[in-house]
Unconditional design. Structure first.
Length: 635
């Protein structure tokens, strides 16, 4: 993929009309400048799949899927980037000089010899485990750990002998000095070469194509004085621990099919899951989860299940992982009694581990309420701070029923607060949650009584009309059945955004298409958007502009996560005049400042009510003064 220039890909995309391509798979009907159809990525009866021919992207207002022609092919056909580029080139009738997709095994691949030496080392380690006296003792240790011969064969587990240079002596004659030096298999000192692994159970690490790229060695003898339980291959040209995931090659097909992945900490956890019949599992090999790991997995998985150790370190790892993965389409499995998955399997058996991983999942907010719970809840201010921390998380939850459950769970552990007080704190945060943060199903639920801030009012446009009588029939295209439609009476209706969100989206739109606007705010350290999601998009826009001198819509969108990309295309879709004035930008900034003051006033009023109910006169007086001053600023 690295050999295919971005410029060539952009040229190819420019030659394809996105409507022509998508029409092969989705029945589209013109609606103004755009085209509408039934979304191919989720079931629906009312069309919400919007294709913008002018700007070259699609966006579903129902499920939030969005992207360009390549993203559509990847998502629709469950294929990789290179395959999608080839499909697009074939559709456009364009010949591209593409690298051959032979999994990196061609002679032209500069790393082919590094893969080969790792593969041969893995075979050597495996033979030593299965056919030597030391290997027999190591297998007894593995059997005691629940590792059968079947598991040894599946994961190609091996053994590094208790010798200084056994592997080097066996492989050095077969490979060039440069390959030996760059393989990560050896250490060099005082004109001598030593094996990097000695007297350890060896877990081969492979890339997504099954090629050997490194190892992790585990000590197994009680008299081993080594400090580290596991030792990994040091970073090489082909091995980056912050990118690679163990078992990804074996799990990828199941992950792609189910769109779900279990994330675990280590080798033994993955093996425990395999024994329990769960195969869509990967591990970050004891290292902290990284943004590279997450970005890679999001190419094939929609849903994440975090199954880390039940001890304090494991729970901390889940918390950090949630910050990377996000709290959408994520669930957490908390292993009871502080155990890790392997220990839980040994204690309760494979069926119980399978049941825990399948049915023992909790939502991130449920985990965070427990994880972030302060040790001393007798202090009123500590309780207030805890509410301030958790309320915004609850406000993001799509289901009103689930929000109610989480509020009640919070009230159960707070000695000095009642349901309505915590609910008010959540309600104040709801204005910071856009319609895109909620699932389509949540729109049919009624907001809490007297709480106008939960959902902004819906558009007054009539609901779209779409029924069976509008189908012209069924046609076949490329071997697939496509239901054709006469016309869509009305476009999809979205919940109406607040005025401040309209202002934020308008300013971002100007930044995307007018570099001078973005440059103005790059230099302003005090400037911030009111809502976090727009601020994060703004920060990424600045990085894009600094890296490439301008914002390329297609390239920038491809770098975003699914939810951010959906929001980005929603902003790009805005129908604004091409020209703008300095006055327009100044008015938008003034709106931001006023909204920030109003939000702060609401927060102070909520805190005042809490202080009054708790009888804290000193705090009540302090807040009253702050509220008066805040109201003066709004005049």
């Amino acid at each position: 993929m690295a050999f295919l220039e971005t410029e060539k890909v952009n040229e190819l995309k420019a030659q394809v009309n996105i409507v022509d391509l998508i029409s092969q798979y989705v029945a589209l009907s013109r609606n103004g400048k755009n085209y509408l159809g039934l979304c191919p990525f989720h079931g629906e009866k009312t069309p919400s799949f919007n294709v913008n021919a002018e700007k070259g992207f699609y966006h579903c207002f129902g499920c939030g899927k969005s992207g360009d022609v390549i993203e559509f092919l990847k998502e629709y056909k469950s294929i990789g980037f290179m395959e999608a580029v080839k499909e697009l080139a074939d559709f456009a009738g364009v010949q591209l000089d593409l690298p051959t997709a032979d999994k990196g095994q061609t002679k032209e691949n500069p790393n082919a010899r590094l893969y080969e030496i790792n593969n041969q080392a893995a075979r050597l380690y495996h033979i030593l485990l299965m056919s030597t006296e030391l290997g027999a003792r190591a297998r007894e240790y593995l059997v005691a750990r629940g590792i059968s011969d079947d598991v040894i064969q599946r994961f190609n587990i091996g053994l590094a002998p208790d010798e200084e240079d056994f592997v080097y002596q066996n492989l050095s004659a077969k490979f060039e000095d440069e390959v030996l030096a760059n393989s990560g298999l050896f250490n060099f000192s005082n004109n001598r070469v030593f094996d990097a692994f000695k007297n350890r159970i060896m877990f081969p690490i492979t890339n997504e194509f099954g090629q050997g790229i490194g190892f992790s060695g585990r000590k197994w003898q009680e008299n081993d004085s080594s400090k580290a339980k596991y030792v990994n291959t040091s970073s090489t040209v082909i091995f980056d621990k912050s990118y690679e995931l163990w078992n990804f090659d074996k799990a990828k097909a199941t992950i792609s099919k189910s769109h779900e992945v279990y994330l675990m900490e280590g080798f033994m956890d993955v093996i425990a899951a395999y024994k329990a019949g769960v195969t869509n599992v990967v591990a970050s090999m004891g290292t902290a989860l990284t943004e590279k790991h997450v970005r890679r997995l999001k190419q094939v998985a929609k849903n994440f299940v975090l199954v880390y150790d039940g001890d304090a370190a494991g729970q901390n790892a889940i918390h950090k992982a949630l910050n990377l993965v996000g709290e959408t389409n994520v669930q957490v499995v908390k292993v009871p009694e502080g155990m890790d998955p392997d220990e839980y399997l040994k204690a309760y058996g494979t069926s119980e581990l399978s049941n825990l991983m399948t049915n023992g999942r909790m939502q991130p907010i449920e985990f965070l309420i427990e994880f972030l719970r302060p040790a001393n809840l007798s202090n009123l201010q500590v309780q207030l701070d805890f509410i301030e921390q958790i309320a915004p998380m609850i406000a993001k939850v799509a289901s009103i029923t689930a929000q109610d459950a989480f509020i009640r769970k919070l009230v159960e552990i707070l000695p000095d607060f009642e349901y309505n007080q915590v609910e008010r704190a959540v309600n104040l945060r709801r204005e910071n949650v856009t319609a895109t943060d909620f699932s389509q199903e949540s729109f049919s639920l009624e907001p809490p009584e007297n709480d106008e801030s939960y959902f902004e009012s819906f558009s007054q446009a009539p609901l779209p009309i779409f029924d069976e009588n509008q189908f012209d029939g069924v046609v076949k295209n490329s071997g697939q059945e496509i239901r054709t439609v006469k016309a869509f009476v009305n476009p999809p209706v979205l919940p109406k955004l607040s005025k401040i969100e309209h202002a934020e989206q308008q300013l971002l739109h100007r930044m995307i298409y007018h570099s001078a606007v973005l440059e103005r705010f790059e230099r302003d350290d005090n400037f911030r958007f009111v809502h976090r999601r727009y601020q994060e998009l703004f920060e990424k826009l600045m990085i894009e502009a600094m890296s490439f001198d301008k914002v390329d819509v297609s390239h920038f969108a491809s770098e975003l996560e699914v939810e951010e990309r959906s929001l980005f295309y929603q902003i790009v879709e805005l129908n604004l005049p091409e020209t703008f004035s300095g006055r327009e930008i100044d008015d938008l900034i003034a709106a931001f400042a006023k909204e920030a003051l109003a939000v702060r006033l609401d927060e102070l009023l909520g805190q005042l009510e809490t202080a009054q109910k708790s009888g804290n006169k000193e705090r009540e007086l302090e807040l009253t003064v702050q509220i008066i001053n805040q109201k003066k600023k709004l005049l």
